[in-house]
Design a protein around this ligand. Sequence first.
Ligand code: IPM
Ligand code: MN
Length: 362
Amino acid sequence: MQNRYEIATMDGDGIGPEVCQAAIRILKEACGASLLNFTAHEGGAGLYQRTGEVLPEDSFDACKAADAMLHGAAGLPGVTYPDGTEAGNDLHLQLRFRLDLFANVRPIRLYRGVKSVLADWQPGQIDYVIIRENTEGLYASRGAGVNLRGELVTDTLVMTRKGVERIARFAFDLARQRKGAPRDGRHRVTVCDKANILKTYAYFRAVCDEVALGYPDVEIDHAYVDAITVHMLKRPDFYDVIVAENMFGDIISDLGAGTVGGLGMAPSGELGLDHALFQGSHGSAPDIAGQDVASPIATVLSGAMMLRWLGDRHADTRLSAAAVRVETAVERVLAEGRVVPRDQGGMARCSEVTEEICRQLR
Ligand code: IPM
Ligand code: MN
């Protein structure tokens, strides 16, 4: 337990500044003025355009030294490296790989007041977490692929025993802590892979099955990635925790978000043993930047995840209680439906949603 916690923030690009500042305001409202100390650092595509650096060393050092990181969004279209990949994304990827943020935690939950594109599914029936391995898989090849004379280009999919074991253990530990799948209350981990076709995914499944032996109280389930996209639409209440390789996790987490109101409702926490980055799962949405029309909900809920992670890590009930207050305030705003974010069909501005959440907190 600390007197104060240092939070390194990076607004980033596009709507990043608006949603990050909104979350900071709400976290201060929930925690009081002294418990969290926010320090802003530069990073992202805009900075890269100006300086040639997407994440300056002093920003990285500050992130590494902080108790946690809160980020808006990064990336601007057309701002790319010579190899064609987007420069802004390197902000995330440098932090992920250099700080070993191996577990990308993506809750998929339908809130009261939010309409799902899946007809007839009600709040409480869609409530699972996608655990995306965040440091290897197909992303291990980012910046390291092969391009021969512009004629042959490859990216390799990498799996390590350490990487798979630790993400599987993370998923089973989480399933043990949750209340089980909405459908049947069973504590369940679904291993998402393509083990029928590729050795790497067969290895992923085999290591997950080994880890499962240590969790007789948690049911293990398996789903090929193509099949799970159908199941996530037709029986989302079956899922409790889904564990997946990096690229598959990236894809199915957006699909999952799409079933509970879109990426504006999708928080994320990228956790390592000693560091953690919290941000909405959405992108920088440059087309609506600076208009005060973005929804801050995903970033605010990511901030609540940050409070919960810090509270658990430092055994600080002040933070855990504040996390509950922030989540409850968001739930109330959405359920009351008076101040509705535009991505949920309303007319409320980012600042209005922010103020309403603060009002609920007060
Ligand atoms: C995500 C994003 C990132 C990813 C990009 C922005 C680097 O899509 O966090 O889901 O590909 O992981
Ligand atoms: Mn993604």
